[in-house]
Design a binder for this molecule. Structure first.
Ligand code: ZN
Length: 107
């Protein structure tokens, strides 16, 4: 499907991801606001804990495309998407589009 990515690019991407995770808005899981996010949905542009990443996976890849920050190889396209969004902007977007009175599930 796609060409194999060279090692230098992959390493640069993982360094960028580690730096993204140091930002205050990305230090907690986008969904449960807890834990240490080591996973991300690159199409939604959010960082997730392992538990919430499982929930995102179960929604299907047409909704959420989940990858491990530590274990997976990130492509240029995926990096562009996660950098464009990030937890803060993605949350603002999704919360703005929720119905009035909707309370996001706590757990
Ligand atoms: Zn979570």
């Amino acid at each position: 499907m796609s060409q194999k990515q060279d090692k230098a690019t992959t390493e640069r991407h993982s360094k960028t991801l580690r730096e993204l995770l140091k930002r205050p808005e990305n230090k907690v899981c986008s969904d449960c606001k807890r834990n240490d996010p080591r996973w991300a949905s690159w199409n939604l542009g959010v960082f997730l804990c392992i538990r919430c990443s499982g929930i995102h996976r179960s929604m299907g890849t047409h909704i959420s495309k989940v990858k491990s920050v530590d274990l997976d190889v990130w492509t240029v396209e995926q990096m562009n998407s996660i950098q464009k969004w990030g937890n803060k902007r993605a949350n603002a977007y999704w919360e703005a589009h929720l119905k009035p009175g909707h309370i996001p599930p706590d757990q």
